[in-house]
Design a protein around this ligand. Sequence first.
Ligand code: SF4
Ligand code: SF4
Length: 506
Amino acid sequence: MKVELVKRPIVLFTLNGGDSQNLANFNQCDCACASTPCPTLTSADLTGPWRVAANAQTFPLPGDWQGMFVPGGAVPLAVLNQPAYQLWTRFQEPQNIESLQLEENETLALNELARVGLLQTASILLTPNSQLLTRTPHLLTPTSPLSSWLHLTDRCNLDCAYCYLPHLREDMTPATARAAIYATFRSAVKHGYQRVKFKYSGGEPLLRFPLILELHQYARSLADQHGLELDEVVLSNGTLLTDEMVSDLHSRGMRLMLSLDGVGEWHDVQRPYVSGRGSFNDAAEAVELALAQGLIPDISITVSGRNAEGLPEIIAWVLERDLPFSINFYRQNDFSIGHEDLKLEEEQIIAGMMAAFKVVENNLPERSLLASLTDRANLALPHARTCSVGDSYLVFDQHGRVSKCQMKMDETVTDISAEDPLSLIREDQRGIQNISVEEKEDCRDCQWKNWCTGGCPLESYRATGRYDRKSPNCAIYKAIFPEVLRLEGLRLLEYFVEADMIGMEA
Ligand code: SF4
Ligand code: SF4
């Protein structure tokens, strides 16, 4: 039996958590997702001298495929077959593409190499520290959404070990909630946003379910009135979910994010009811209720020192059901500080993550996990800030006060009566400062900076007293990022390489 490898160069890559056709696939996250929206890659203009991106790194993948990490690229990873790799190495010295005698399929591959950033123009390389958009001229960034967190209640029926809320018996009134939505639209219109996103949160927002439906209707009418896109997600523990709620959410096009930190005991040790009883069975049932009606919930998994060992099991659980998910590392807060065993011990977390990655490798999903496996980092798209705090994010507490981050609702900037709360949030110089990774002295020279951006600013501040320092999880990130890229390379080969691309049996 003879296997003949195809000769045409092939370049595979993932764009924004999906394939290159899937530009609108945003992962949900449990706070303010990175503010950079999904990029669009245009065709490269191949005129002029080009050469290889000097800092690209290769790693082996099965067969004759090479994984390539592109630190300053439009995507972090490209997977090349040997003909594509050899074509790329012809540009070790600057070459004028027009002067080469290239086959049509080679020109197409060169275009892809240039689009992802593996080839760069010689003139661009003269300014290695220039901004991302200068170095990857084919990356266009459409406008990001304006997101609002609506803290519908501070109450909750669970008593999670890492919760940052005091759980006061306080609800947001319908009038305040409507005013928060109206204030969001005022800012969105004033600042020219095309998309508005509401996160119905708490506390447990399903305690206020009739209000959620009422607010949806109001937000829908304002979105239609202003010609804006509307995205809504309910962030819930799932335990109060019913068939009727699923039907209501699904029929209105609303999304659902459920928290699930492990299977059985691994979940229960972090997320018990107020009575102390575990909540896993009810949360898992909520997933099945949603799936039964075709509502695919996003799963938020919080990893701490207490449940890291159970990570492989919950990853297997969500992959078995083909659910989108995100792994978030525990963030210490004033209410959780007494739980010493929640702390992230580097070796323990890395071991748990690596064991979970083995599970992923044996059950490669069709959807990309570039934005799912890395806490607040996002390997799916280059960005400069970890989240949209201080830029395109409003947090409304139960009294209608506006702050920058849901974990710092006590640092109030303004309230629902402000004509344009977003301007006041952007201008505020106090409290949390969500600075660009280029301004973080520990991070600006890091090869992962465009994907990690230094982690949650609150976490950096808690650990160092400064916002311009790297994340306390930096060592964990650096250990897991290469493995996430390798998994993505394997996934691309699994789902996007057709038989004739790998070889032919003769
Ligand atoms: S936190 Fe660490 S991995 Fe992330 S950008 Fe900063 S130095 Fe790099
Ligand atoms: S500052 Fe941290 S906790 Fe707050 S939204 Fe940003 S990443 Fe999330």
